[in-house]
Design a protein around this ligand. Structure first.
Ligand code: TRP
Ligand code: SF4
Length: 333
């Protein structure tokens, strides 16, 4: 139990969690609980950096994220599950780290440049949005987390976090580093695409949500794009260009060779093939649904878990902040 390395990761509550989130991250987070002392955070302040104009759904998504997390097996007995805004120390550390983060580091961050172009209409040319990676750095280092499971897109943020940590240690930790440099853990699984073959994303309306019912899942699978050259039942298929087949590789691994063969020889039709996939997905998701239903019957339990996680997170964060304030030689500290 002792001497486990600390791990932190987070997710922005800007929508409901989907199968892509599960395959790309959550599934791995659940496993990592055995090996690490895990802190999993609902990054509600990070959600605000781009969604500040309309916060009407924010609290709802935070709650739903907790439910999804618990439903898939994040375990509040072993891991600290908490909400970012419940640990105000993150804000204090963000402010301090901002003092020695050069603007140029933030301005050249690829996620910043891309988002600014893509979401220009949302007016995100703000101080808060530019500082997104500084807040993310604070999230990580305030727990002295050594490892951070993330997707490829977050690599620049982690690199920035490491640069900021090096500066802190150089200025204030002479010979005695105050904070560890965090390392990324990349998820071992490939990205799951949406039902239309594009990246799975709320804005494309192509997601299968973890909270979808059995019927909804089956209906969405029926809409999935298949080999466009396979028009008639008797046409031979090309599984390599079919997203249903990509899903089978992930969700029906035990039958994937058979399906490939049957598709190539027109032994199986797309309707049947999709039925098999819907079944695989529903088999995976059924235990999540059961857990979700149980939790929803006791909404106060969800809040209790979040509050207890926040309490624990604050203790650890406050310990680090004591060291940081002292290292910076702030008056009265
Ligand atoms: N920026 C991350 C994302 O969009 C979410 C996040 C916030 C995070 N704080 C974090 C991830 C700290 C890892 C560590 O996915
Ligand atoms: Fe895709 Fe299955 Fe149809 Fe082949 S049979 S094209 S794998 S849906």
């Amino acid at each position: 139990m002792k001497n486990k390395k600390r791990l932190l990761s987070g997710n922005r509550p800007t929508g409901l969690l989907h199968l892509g989130n599960y395959i790309g991250a959550l599934q791995n987070w659940v496993k990592l609980q055995d090996e690490y002392e895990c802190f999993y955070m609902v990054a509600d302040w990070h959600a605000l950096t781009s969604e500040y104009q309309d916060t009407s759904e924010l609290a709802h998504y935070v709650e739903q994220m907790f439910i999804d997390w618990l439903a898939v097996g994040l375990d509040p007995e072993r891991s600290t599950l908490f909400v970012q805004s419940d640990v105000i120390q993150h804000a204090e550390l963000t402010l301090l780290l901002g003092m020695f983060t050069p603007l140029a580091w933030l301005e050249r961050c690829p996620t910043y440049k891309e988002q600014l172009q893509q979401l220009g209409h949302k007016e995100i040319a703000t101080y808060g949005f530019l500082g997104y990676p500084v807040l993310q750095t604070a999230d990580i280092v305030i727990y002295r987390a050594e490892v951070v499971p993330i997707g490829e897109d977050q690599i620049p943020h982690l690199e920035l976090a490491r640069e900021i940590v090096r500066r802190v240690n150089y200025y204030y930790g002479k010979g005695n580093p105050i904070l560890p440099e965090p390392q990324p853990i990349l998820s071992p699984v490939p990205k799951l695409l949406g039902i239309d073959g594009r990246k799975m994303s709320k804005s494309y309306e192509n997601c299968i949500y973890l909270s979808d019912s059995q019927e909804t899942v089956s209906a969405k699978v029926r809409q999935m794009v298949t080999d466009p050259a396979r028009v008639r039942r008797t046409d031979k298929g090309h599984p390599n260009v079919c997203s249903v087949f990509d899903y089978h590789k992930v969700f029906t691994p035990e039958r994937v060779e058979e399906i490939e063969q049957e598709c190539r020889t027109a032994g199986i039709g797309c309707v049947e093939c999709k039925k098999i996939l819907a079944q695989s997905l529903n088999t995976l998701m059924e235990p999540f649904r059961e857990k979700r239903h149980k939790l929803q019957a006791h909404p106060e339990r969800i809040k209790e878990i979040a509050l207890a996680g926040g309490e624990r997170a604050r203790q650890v964060a406050e310990e680090t902040m004591k060291d940081v304030r002292k290292a910076l030689k702030l008056f009265l500290k």
